[in-house]
Design a protein. Structure first.
Length: 117
């Protein structure tokens, strides 16, 4: 457990290194994360009326994004399968990217359903 924590802290230390543009980019992304969290808290407090969820279009936005991201995750898994089963060398170079894409897409699917509740 200690080694895992040490490795995590080492990774965080390496992620904190960068030039001025790196920190500007992190601030830009952090701004949108904060706006999203504040908006979600407002939605939880006031209800789904803020997102006009009584309308089919806004409800369909969440569900269509969920469906799209399920397809992205499935495509990423299909990219990974030939690398392991058939030992196909050219695809092995992008296997990690495919796995990360699948995990990210599944995470976003969960978030879209969570926000829709």
């Amino acid at each position: 457990m200690y080694a895992l924590l040490r490795n995590f802290l080492t990774a965080l230390k390496h992620m904190a290194k960068g030039d001025k543009w790196y920190y500007i980019w992190l601030a830009f992304l952090s701004f949108f994360i904060v706006v999203g969290v504040v908006s979600y808290i407002r939605q939880l407090n006031s209800g789904l009326i803020l997102t006009a969820m009584r309308d089919q279009v806004s409800w369909g936005f969440y569900i269509s994004n969920f469906t799209y991201l399920v397809g992205v995750a499935a495509a990423a898994v299909l990219l990974v399968v030939p690398a392991y089963i058939y030992n196909f060398k050219p695809i092995k170079e992008i296997v990690l990217f495919g796995e990360l894409l699948a995990v990210t897409a599944i995470t976003m699917c969960i978030l879209f359903i969570l926000v829709d509740m």
